[in-house]
Design a protein around this ligand. Structure first.
Ligand code: HEM
Ligand SMILES: [Ca+2]
Length: 767
C-alpha cells in the first residue's frame, strides 16, 4: 500500500477555483480523463464535469497508473517475491547474458557491421549522437544495467509463470537495492540541505523527495503501461497474433504529400515546436561501445541482416519490394536501432523503460546543455556570456569541432554547437538557436552593466534564469493556446498568472517527467506541419526556394549576410501546414539524403519508434482521454477507411501516431483530442511539477522572481526575441504575435523600435 500513499492528487485548485458542481467524494477530484489512467481498467468510474464543462472523471490516483484497490483485484496478494537464492541465480544469469551480448557486439563491430558514412542512415544516427566520451560511457553503462534488469525480469516471469498483465501493472514491487541485482539500479543524486537559488544544469534536486525526477538519463513516465509481446521488451504483435504490417507499408498507404496550409498560423509554430521538443526529450539509439552506429541492413540496403549478424537492438524496417519510391533504388531495408533503456527509478523488476537523455524540465537545456560538463564547453566564462563564433561581426553559434558533424566541407562550411546535439538537423532550427544564444548574451551584457559588481558566474546564472523564463512564457502564453487551444489551456489550468501575481499551483506529487506517449507519438504531430520548401524573400522579391533536405546537417547558408533575417522572416510570414496525414516528401523520401538519390522516411521511424517504446494501440489512448473506442476504421477517417483496413488487421492495432494524426480536430486546437490531451497533460506536469517554474512563489521556488521582475518577464514574446536578436539587415518590423498570421487586424506589422511589442525592463534587476 505505501507505494501509493503519496500519489493522491493533492492539487486543491481543481476543487477550489471553479464554481461548478463537483460530484466527487472527499478524497477524489474531478480531472480530465487523461490525468486518471486508472479509469481505463476500473469498472466503477464516476464521471463529473471539469471547469470547461467537459466530462471528466473522479480520481483518487492522480498521475498514477493504477489505484491500490485495482491492484487488489489484479492479484497483488499473489506472492511475487523472490527468495535470496532465486535472486542470486537470476542475477548471475542476467549478468552472463549481458556478457554474451557484449561479446557478440564486439564481434559485429570488428566485422565492420557499421552504418556507411555519408548514407542517410548515418545522418539519422547523428540525431542520437552523444557529445562527449563521458556521455557515451555513462549512457551505455546505464543502458546495460537497465537491460540486465529486463533480462532478470524475463527470467523471473518464466520461473513463476507470470502473466503480461502482472508485469504491466507493476506487481513486482520487491526492492532490489540490497540484493545482487541492486547494482543495476538507479543512483539517486545527493542534494544539499538548503535549496539552491538557481536550478541545477542536470535538473537534479528539484523535488527533494524524488531528487532524480526530471534529470537527464532517466526513464520516460508513462500514461498507460506498455504493450509488449512478452510484457517486457519484445515489440507488440497484432491482436490476431500475427506480426504488425511494416511501418513503411503503412506510411506509403496512409501518408501522402499534398499541401494543406493553415493560413491562420505561421511556420514559427513548427520551428518553435521542434525547438521546444529538443528542450524536453531525446531518446538515444543503441550504439557500439565506441559510439559508432549499428547497421541492421545489408551494406546495399537490399535486405535485413540475418540473425547471426544482427545486433540484439536491431529492429530494421522492411521496405516492400513494390515500394513506390525506394524500390527504384533496390532498397528493401531501412535501418532502425532500438532506443537505450534506463534503470527503473524504483529499483524493482519490471518492464523495460526507455531513457530520456536530456532534462525533462522546460529549462533551456537545449541552449545550455543537460550536464555541467556540456555547459562548461558552451560558456565563455567572461561577463556571463556564452561562447560565440564571431562571423565578420555577427554573433553566431560556436562552430563545431567535430569533423563528422557536418556534411558541408571546405572553407565556408559551418556546423554549429549548442546545448543540444540535434541543432544542425534543420537550418531554421539553427536560426532559432542563434536567436536564443544572442538573447542570453544580450541579457548578460545589460545585466553586467547594471551590476558591475556581479561576477561571471552570477551574470551567467541570472541571464540563464531570465532566458528560461522567456521560453516558459512563450510556450504557455503564445504557443500552447494555438496547439491545444484555449479550452484545453483552461481545462488543464495552464494559463499563466497575471501582473504581479505568483502562481499558487506547485504540487510535489506531480511527476514532471516527459511521458513516452508524448515523446514518441503525440508531439511528433509536428512532423505533419513541416513545409518541404523554405521560400526566402529578399528585400522585395523571392530570392530562393530551398528544399529542406539540402539544409539538413549543412547549415552553411547561415553565414550569408542577409540569410538569417530572411529566414526569420520566412518563419514568421509563411503559413503552417495542417496536422493531417500529409507529410512532405522531404521527410518521407529525402530526409537526410545529403548527396544521395534517396533519404529515409520519418513517418516509418515514428511508427517503429512507437512500437520500440511499447506504446499501446491508438484505441487504448482514445479510451484514456475519454473518447469512445473505434469499432470501424471508417469512424476514424471515411476516406481512408479502406486503406487503413488494408494495413491493419484490426482497429485495435492502429499505431498511436497514425491514429492521432487522422483524428478530427478538437475545437480551437490544431490537433485532435487524443494528442491534445496527451500534450496538455505534459505541459501540466512541466508547470505543476517544477519547483523552479518561473512564476512560483518564494515559499516553493528558491529562484523566485520579485513581483516587479515577474511582471516584466511576462512581457516576453517570440516577436521581441526576433526584434532584439536578428541581424537588423531586413527585419525592422514584426507582427506582435509571431505564431499568428501577420498583417491582419489585431496582428499588424509594427516597428520593432516602437512600444507595441513589449520589452522586458531590466532595471528591476539592478542590485
Ligand atoms: C524540421 C524538420 C524536422 C525533422 C527533419 C525532424 C526529424 C526528426 C527525427 C529524425 C527524429 C528521430 C526519429 C526517430 O528515430 O525516432 C525526430 C524526433 C522527434 N521530433 Fe522531429 N523533426 C522535425 C520537426 C519536428 C517538429 C516541428 C516537432 C514538433 C513540433 C518535432 C518533434 C519531435 C519529437 C517530439 C521527437 C521525439 C524526440 C525524442 O524523444 O527522441 N519534430 N524528429
Ligand atoms: Ca530540458
Amino acid at each position: 500500500q505505501n507505494l501509493y500513499k503519496n500519489v493522491t492528487l493533492r492539487n486543491t485548485e481543481f476543487s477550489d477555483s471553479s464554481p461548478r458542481k463537483i460530484l466527487c467524494s472527499d478524497n477524489s477530484l474531478c480531472v480530465p480523463f487523461v490525468q486518471c489512467p486508472a479509469h481505463v481498467r476500473n469498472e466503477i468510474k464516476k464521471s463529473c464535469q471539469t471547469v470547461t464543462g467537459r466530462e471528466g472523471v473522479c480520481c483518487k490516483t492522480g498521475q498514477n497508473l493504477t489505484a491500490p484497490e485495482e491492484l487488489e483485484v489484479h492479484g497483488r496478494h499473489h506472492s511475487l517475491r523472490m527468495n535470496l537464492q532465486t535472486i542470486n541465480l537470476i542475477a548471475r544469469r542476467s549478468h552472463e547474458q549481458i556478457r554474451e551480448i557484449q561479446a557478440k557486439e564486439a564481434l559485429l563491430l570488428s566485422d565492420g557491421y557499421l552504418v556507411v558514412p555519408g548514407s542517410p542512415s548515418y545522418d539519422h544516427f547523428k540525431n542520437f549522437k552523444l557529445l562527449s566520451r563521458n556521455d557515451l560511457f555513462q549512457v551505455l553503462d546505464l543502458a546495460s544495467r537497465a537491460m540486465e534488469i529486463a533480462l532478470a525480469t524475463k527470467d523471473f516471469k518464466h520461473r513463476q509463470g507470470l502473466t503480461n498483465q502482472q508485469i504491466e501493472l507493476g506487481l513486482l514491487e520487491q526492492d532490489l537495492r540490497t540484493t545482487p541485482l541492486g547494482l543495476a539500479c538507479n543512483i539517486e543524486p545527493i542534494c544539499p540541505p538548503i535549496p539552491v537559488k538557481f536550478r541545477r544544469i542536470d535538473g537534479a534536486c528539484n523535488n527533494l523527495l524524488h531528487p532524480s525526477w526530471g534529470t537527464g538519463m532517466t526513464p520516460y513516465a508513462r500514461l498507460l503501461p506498455p504493450s509488449y509481446e512478452d510484457g517486457i521488451w519484445i515489440p507488440r504483435l497484432s491482436e490476431t497474433g500475427q506480426p504488425l504490417a511494416s511501418p513503411r507499408l503503412i506510411s506509403t498507404t496512409i501518408i501522402s504529400d499534398s499541401d494543406s496550409f493553415n493560413y491562420d498560423h505561421t511556420l514559427m509554430v513548427m520551428q518553435f515546436g521542434q525547438f521546444l521538443s529538443h528542450d524536453m526529450t531525446q531518446s538515444i539509439e543503441n550504439s557500439y561501445a565506441n559510439g559508432s552506429a549499428i547497421s541492421c541492413c545489408s551494406f546495399d540496403g537490399g535486405r535485413k541482416r540475418g540473425l547471426e549478424e544482427r545486433h540484439y537492438a536491431c529492429m530494421a524496417i522492411d521496405i516492400p519490394h513494390d515500394d513506390p519510391f525506394f524500390s527504384r533504388f533496390g532498397q528493401g531495408c531501412m535501418n532502425f536501432v532500438r532506443s537505450v533503456l534506463a534503470p527503473r527509478q524504483d529499483c524493482t523488476l519490471g518492464y523495460a523503460q526507455q531513457m530520456n537523455k536530456i532534462t525533462h524540465f522546460l529549462d533551456g537545456s537545449n541552449i545550455y546543455g543537460s550536464s555541467p560538463e556540456q555547459t562548461g564547453h558552451l560558456r565563455s566564462f567572461h561577463r556571463g556570456m556564452l561562447k560565440i563564433f564571431n562571423d565578420f561581426g555577427r554573433q553566431m553559434l560556436p562552430l563545431s569541432h567535430d569533423p563528422d558533424e557536418c556534411l558541408s566541407k571546405g572553407r565556408n562550411a559551418a556546423c554549429y554547437m549548442s546545448g543540444d546535439s540535434r541543432t544542425n538537423q534543420m537550418i531554421s532550427l539553427v536560426a532559432l538557436h542563434t536567436v536564443f544564444l544572442r538573447e542570453h548574451n544580450r541579457l548578460a551584457d545589460e545585466l553586467s552593466k547594471l551590476n558591475p559588481h556581479w561576477d561571471d558566474e552570477r551574470i551567467f546564472l541570472e541571464a540563464r534564469r531570465i532566458v528560461i523564463a522567456e521560453v516558459q512564457v512563450i510556450t504557455y502564453k503564445e504557443f500552447l493556446p494555438i496547439v491545444i487551444g484555449p479550452a484545453a489551456v483552461e481545462e488543464f489550468h495552464l494559463a499563466l498568472a497575471q501582473g504581479l501575481d505568483y502562481a499558487q499551483d506547485y504540487d510535489g506529487s506531480v511527476e514532471p517527467s516527459v511521458t513516452n506517449e508524448f515523446a514518441s507519438a503525440a508531439f511528433r504531430f509536428g512532423h505533419s506541419v513541416v513545409d518541404g520548401l523554405l521560400k526566402i524573400y529578399g528585400k522585395d522579391r523571392m530570392d530562393e526556394m530551398i528544399s529542406i533536405p539540402e539544409t539538413m546537417f549543412q547549415p552553411s547558408r547561415m553565414r550569408k549576410l542577409f540569410f538569417m533575417d530572411e529566414l526569420l522572416s520566412t518563419l514568421t510570414t509563411e503559413p503552417l501546414q495542417q496536422v493531417d496525414n500529409n507529410l512532405v516528401e522531404a521527410l518521407t523520401r529525402y530526409m537526410f539524403r545529403a548527396g544521395n538519390a534517396f533519404g529515409i522516411d520519418l513517418a516509418s521511424l515514428n511508427i517503429q519508434r512507437g512500437r520500440d517504446h511499447g506504446l499501446r494501440p491508438y484505441n487504448d489512448y482514445r479510451e484514456l482521454v475519454g473518447l469512445p473506442r473505434l469499432s470501424h476504421f471508417e469512424e476514424l477517417s471515411f476516406e481512408l477507411g479502406e486503406k487503413l483496413k488494408s494495413v491493419y488487421a484490426s482497429v485495435n492495432d492502429i499505431d498511436l501516431w497514425v491514429g492521432g494524426l487522422l483524428e478530427e480536430k478538437a475545437p480551437g486546437s490544431i490537433v485532435g483530442y487524443t494528442f491534445r490531451d496527451i500534450i496538455a497533460d505534459q505541459f501540466y506536469r512541466l508547470k505543476k511539477g517544477d519547483k523552479y517554474f518561473f512564476e512560483n512563489d518564494p515559499s516553493v521556488n528558491p529562484g523566485f522572481f520579485q513581483p516587479e521582475q515577474l511582471f516584466e518577464v511576462r512581457k516576453a514574446s517570440m516577436s521581441r526575441l526576433i526584434c532584439d536578436n536578428s541581424d537588423g539587415t531586413l527585419l525592422s518590423r514584426q507582427a506582435p504575435n509571431a505564431f499568428k498570421k501577420p498583417g491582419v487586424k489585431g496582428n499588424e506589422f509594427v516597428d520593432c523600435d516602437g512600444g507595441e511589442i513589449p520589452r522586458i525592463n531590466l532595471l528591476y534587476w539592478r542590485e
